[in-house]
Design a protein around this ligand. Structure first.
Ligand code: DAH
Length: 342
């Protein structure tokens, strides 16, 4: 039985050394030291040994029990230390390593263009006036001289809401009414940027959502000369000082007279190319003298006050400036496009 004890101790120690993980320890403990473990079996059978051998057997069995318990504790500690070391090595931070670069964000090309426009008009004394995307039919159309069922409505395919008379603004022009009603009878010099919405077949040239920047100047003795001066200066600031401009007579229900402004083609310099469709000119905005009825709708007396207004699309301006041939890129969220303007 003494031999048996020695063999058991040897086997137990060998197996303990072989355990690779903390979780395996419990199995070992049950197998050797547990209530039905190998050592307990031997301890129990000592009673059957010849009486003269029992003291020596008992002593040895106790020694083995204590030794194995100690070995168990040592092994558990060793495995715990190894596990902690492994975790440290794996999760440790090497503070001497250079930091990982954070990819800096950048402004969307529409935002960049808007800010450029704000700066140019800001220098001429125009403040930004905010107006809501959701508008009434009254502000978006009727007070701008576009009655219900008038054919002029065809110029703006409209997203209506389920609430009668409420729509997504088709242009920033209704903001003119809001600005006038807020400031009347003071003079006004504002730009009104924001998103506009059109129920439109989306193509390379038409989006269902896009930005506009409206402009409105009202005062005594505001003339078409002021309109031409302000817009010519704007064109040269944003497209380069060498730009030629021309004003073409046009029609908008809320201005009289109305004009569209062209710049000489930024691609060919006016010689004629694919971008300007061989005309040498590019249309960049609509404008005009605020219609007397619109002034009245804003609270102003057209006998006292006059004003000019204009509206432009910053995406269209960016397209001309950077030779972008498809407006859908702006809101398609393709980083390959957007990152070119980082
Ligand atoms: N609201 C017009 C549009 O969306 C653009 C416009 C033209 C605005 C002439 C104006 C203006 O203020 O005077 O097509």
């Amino acid at each position: 039985m003494l031999e048996e004890l020695k063999a058991l101790e040897k086997r137990a120690r060998a197996e303990l050394e072989g355990l690779g993980a903390l979780e395996a320890l419990e199995g070992w403990r049950v197998a050797f030291l547990g209530r039905k473990g190998a050592l307990t079996e031997i301890l129990r059978s000592i009673g059957q040994a010849p009486p003269e051998q029992r003291p020596a057997l008992g002593q040895e069995a106790n020694r083995v029990k204590l030794a194995l318990e100690q070995a168990y504790t040592d092994r558990a500690e060793a495995l715990q230390r190894a596990e902690a070391q492994r975790q440290l090595a794996q999760e440790g931070v090497d503070v001497t390593l250079p930091g990982r670069p954070v990819a800096p964000g950048f402004l969307h090309i529409s935002t960049q263009t808007l800010r450029e426009i704000y700066a140019i008009f800001g220098a001429m004394g125009f403040q930004v006036f905010e107006a809501p995307d959701i508008e009434t039919d009254v502000n978006n159309f009727q007070l701008l001289n576009i009655p219900p069922f008038h054919p002029a409505r065809d110029m703006w395919s409209t997203f209506h809401t389920t609430r009668e008379g409420v729509l997504l603004r088709t242009h920033t022009s209704p903001g003119q009414i809001r600005a006038m009603r807020q400031y009347c009878p003071e003079p006004i010099r504002v730009i009104l940027p924001g998103k506009c919405y059109r129920y439109e077949q989306v193509t390379a040239r038409h989006e269902s959502m896009f930005y506009q920047v409206e402009g409105l100047a009202i005062g005594r003795d505001v003339t078409m000369g002021d309109l031409k001066g302000v817009l010519t200066h704007f064109a040269r600031q944003i497209f380069g000082p060498e730009r030629k401009v021309r004003f073409r007579a046009s029609y908008f229900p809320f201005t009289e007279p109305s004009a569209e402004m062209d710049i000489d083609c930024v691609i060919c310099g006016g010689k004629g190319c694919r971008v300007c469709k061989n005309s040498g000119w590019l249309e960049i905005l609509g404008s005009g003298m605020v219609h007397p009825q619109v002034l009245r709708n804003g609270g102003y007396d057209p006998a006292v006050h006059t004003g000019f207004a204009f509206g432009m699309g910053p995406e269209r301006i960016a397209m001309l400036k950077y030779a972008i041939d498809d407006i859908r890129y702006f809101f398609a969220n393709d980083l390959r496009f957007l990152q070119q303007f980082a």
